[in-house]
Design a protein. Structure first.
Lengths: 351, 246
C-alpha cells in the first residue's frame, strides 16, 4: 500500500472504530466515533443491511501433479457447480500477487480435497484460467460441511495473525453466502441496532454473496467484483417503496447492498422486484443511485473500486476534503479499519 | 401452502429431540435435525419422510465444539432458508455414573457447560440474524428440574441447566422488542436413554413417554398467553391430547 493510508492489522470491534461522516446536504464532513452512528440517523430512516454470513472459503487442495494449492470459493451455490479461484502454494503471509502461479487445469481434471474426496473441473472462465467452475461431487449442504470441516476464512497478508471464523462474522450474518466479510456492517452490533430501533429507524435485510477482493491475478483482479448472487426479500422491497413514497431516507450498509439494490432496479426498469438474482453491475464515476441515497462503508483509499461506489453518493470535492482529513488523522483502511458514513439525502433532493 | 417456520432441533437422533422433530414435521414445519453422528439422524429423517414429512434434513455437528455452531447454523440456513424455531435439546450428563461434585473434575464440569450452555448460546448467536432483525421466532431451551432442585450427584448437569434457564430469561429480556419469544421448558422425567444413563435402576413404567412430552411442548408453544416469553415452564401442565393431529 502506498500513500498515507494504513490498514488495521487485526480484528477490531465497533468500540475501536472511528467514523468519517460526510453530509452532502449540509456540504460538510466531520469525524466521530462509530458508536455515535445511531445518533446521526432519525425516525423513519430506513437502513438496509446484508445478512450474509461469511464462509470459511479457503481450502488446501492438491492437483493431479501432486502440487499443493489454495482454493478460494468465488461464488457459492448455483445450480451446477461453484466458481473457485486457485492460488499457487504458500500461505496468506505472502500477498496474493506474489504467490506462485497455480497449475493450469483442464476440464475434467481432478482436485484432491482435504477430506480424501475429489472435485472436478467443469469449465475454465474466459476471464482467467485461474477461475474455474468445479463440481464438488456432493450437494450444496455437503459442500458447506466440507468447508466448515476443513476450510478457513480467507486471510489477508496485512494482518498480524490468523483470522478465525468468528472474526469474519457480522453481528447478524446468518445466510452462508459471503466468501469475504461484508465488513461495512461492523459498526452495527446489536446495541447499535437496538439504538436505531429506539430512534424509530427502520431496518431491512437482503442477502448478497460478497465475493473475493483479490485473486493474485492482475487481469482478473481488474475485473472484480465478479457477478454476484443476491436475494431481495419482498418485505424489504415493500419497506423501500414505503420509504420512497413517504420521502424517507434510505441508507445502504455496504457496497454489496448498493450493488444488489441498484443491480436489481437496473434490470427491472428502475423498479425493485423481490427474489434471487445475479448482479454484474459495476458502480463507477457518474453512477446515480436510484434506491439508496446514503451509504455506510469502510474507509476506502481514493482510486479503489470501493471508493468509486462512495463517490456515487457525495460530491467529489466534499469527499476529497473528507479523505484528506481522514488520512491526516490516521484513519485505518481495509476490512477491520474505520468507517465512512455518507448521510442519506432527502428523496426530494435526489436528482 | 406451508407457512410454518422451519425448526431446528439439537439432539434429534433419539429421545425427546427425536420425538419433537417427528411431531414438528407432522405439523408441517420443515425440520433440521442435529446430532453428532450421521447414521441415527438419517434413520429419523427416513422415518419423517415415510410419514409424509416433506422437508426434513440431517446436519451433523457437536455443540461441545466451539466452531460447530457456525457450521450447524450455516448448513441449516442453507437447507431451509431461515430457522424460525430453535429447540436447544441436546445435553450431556458428563461422566457416568454421575459423580458427586466433590469427585467432579473441573474439566468435566467445563465439558458439560460447553455442550449444555455455551453450545446453545453460540448457536442462538449464529442464528440471531434470522430471528431478531424483524422476522421474529421462538427459541426453546430444554431444562430439567435439576436446574431448580439440588439433587446430590447431579452437580455438573444441574449447574449447566440452572445457567441455561437464566440464559433463557436474559435472552427474553433483551429480545422482547424484536418479536423473539424465548422459553425454558422442564420436560419432566422421561423414559429415554439419558434417563437410563443417569438413573439405571429407575422404574421405567413411572417415566413419561418422550412422544407425550413432545406433544405437550407443542401445545405450550401454541399457547402464547400461558407460555409468554421469558417463562420457565413445566411441560406436564399442558395436555398432550389436544395436540393429536388428524
Amino acid at each position: 500500500m502506498s500513500g498515507p493510508w494504513t490498514a488495521a492489522d487485526g480484528p477490531r470491534g465497533v468500540a475501536q472504530q472511528r467514523l468519517l461522516v460526510v453530509d452532502p446536504t449540509a456540504e460538510m464532513a466531520f469525524e466521530t466515533r462509530a458508536r455515535a452512528l445511531p445518533e446521526l440517523l432519525r425516525a423513519r430512516d430506513l437502513v438496509v443491511v446484508n445478512d450474509a454470513a461469511t464462509l470459511p472459503a479457503s481450502l488446501r487442495v492438491c492437483t493431479g501433479s501432486g502440487r499443493m494449492h489454495e482454493l478460494r470459493v468465488a461464488t457459492p451455490g448455483g445450480p451446477t457447480g461453484w466458481w473457485v479461484v486457485l492460488l499457487g502454494e504458500g500461505d496468506w503471509r505472502t500477498p496474493t500477487e506474489r504467490r506462485p502461479l497455480p497449475e493450469m487445469l483442464d476440464v475434467d481434471d481432478a482436485i484432491a480435497l482435504p477430506d480424501g474426496t475429489h472435485a472436478h473441473v467443469l469449465e475454465r472462465s474466459p476471464r482467467s484460467p485461474r477461475l474455474l467452475r468445479i463440481d464438488w461431487g456432493r450437494d450444496d449442504a455437503r459442500v458447506l460441511a466440507l468447508l466448515f470441516g476443513h476450510g478457513r476464512p480467507i486471510q489477508y497478508s496485512y494482518l498480524k495473525g490468523d483470522l478465525r471464523i468468528e472474526d469474519v462474522q457480522t453481528a447478524f450474518g446468518v445466510r452462508p453466502w459471503a466468501v469475504e466479510m461484508p465488513s461495512a456492517s461492523r459498526p452495527l452490533d446489536w446495541a447499535a441496532l437496538r439504538a436505531l430501533r429506539g430512534r424509530g429507524v427502520e431496518l431491512a435485510t437482503l442477502t448478497h454473496a460478497a465475493g473475493l477482493s483479490a485473486t493474485g491475478d492482475d487481469a482478473l483482479d481488474a475485473q472484480l467484483p465478479l457477478p454476484e448472487r443476491y436475494d431481495l426479500p419482498a418485505r424489504t422491497v415493500a419497506a423501500i417503496e414505503r420509504a420512497h413514497a413517504g420521502g424517507a431516507r434510505v441508507l445502504a450498509v455496504g457496497t454489496t447492498v448498493v450493488r444488489a439494490l441498484e443491480g436489481n432496479a437496473a434490470t427491472h426498469g428502475g423498479r425493485l422486484r423481490s427474489g434471487e438474482g445475479t448482479t454484474a453491475l459495476v458502480i463507477g464515476p457518474g453512477f446515480v443511485p436510484r434506491i439508496a441515497s446514503g451509504l455506510l462503508s469502510g474507509v476506502h483509499e481514493p482510486g479503489t473500486s470501493h471508493h468509486a461506489v462512495v463517490r456515487a453518493f457525495a460530491p467529489a470535492a466534499l469527499l476529497e476534503a473528507a479523505h484528506q482529513h481522514a488520512a491526516l488523522r490516521g484513519f485505518l483502511v481495509h476490512e477491520f479499519g474505520d468507517a465512512t458514513l455518507v448521510l442519506p439525502r432527502e428523496r426530494a433532493r435526489l436528482g | 401452502m406451508n407457512d410454518r417456520p422451519a425448526a431446528l432441533v439439537t439432539g434429534a437422533s433419539r429421545g425427546l429431540g427425536q420425538a419433537l422433530a417427528l411431531r414438528l414435521a407432522e405439523r408441517g414445519h420443515p425440520v433440521v435435525l442435529v446430532a453428532r453422528a450421521d447414521e441415527p439422524l438419517q434413520d429419523v429423517v427416513t422415518r419423517i419422510r415415510a410419514r409424509g414429512g416433506r422437508l426434513a434434513h440431517a446436519v451433523v455437528g457437536d455443540l461441545g465444539r466451539p466452531d460447530d455452531a457456525r457450521s450447524i447454523a450455516a448448513q441449516a440456513t442453507a437447507l431451509v432458508g431461515r430457522v424460525g424455531l430453535l429447540v436447544h435439546n441436546a445435553s450431556s450428563l458428563g461422566p457416568l455414573p454421575m459423580p458427586a461434585l466433590a469427585d467432579t473434575r473441573p474439566e468435566d464440569l467445563l465439558a458439560v457447560l460447553e455442550v449444555n450452555l455455551l453450545g446453545p448460546f453460540r448457536l442462538t448467536r449464529a442464528l440471531l440474524g434470522g430471528l431478531a432483525l424483524g422476522q421474529g421466532g421462538t427459541i426453546v431451551h430444554i431444562s430439567s428440574d435439576a436446574a431448580v432442585e439440588a439433587y446430590p450427584g447431579w452437580g455438573a448437569y444441574a449447574v449447566s441447566k440452572a445457567a441455561l434457564d437464566h440464559l433463557s430469561r436474559v435472552w427474553a429480556a433483551e429480545l422482547g422488542e424484536s418479536g423473539v419469544r424465548v422459553l425454558s421448558v422442564d420436560p419432566g422425567e422421561m423414559d429415554t436413554r439419558m434417563h437410563a444413563d443417569a438413573v439405571p435402576d429407575a422404574d421405567r413404567w413411572a417415566l413419561a413417554d418422550p412422544d407425550v412430552v413432545a406433544r405437550r411442548i407443542l401445545a405450550l408453544l401454541e399457547d402464547s398467553v400461558g407460555a409468554p416469553s421469558g417463562a420457565r415452564l413445566i411441560a406436564a401442565q399442558w395436555s398432550a391430547d389436544g395436540e393429536v393431529t388428524a
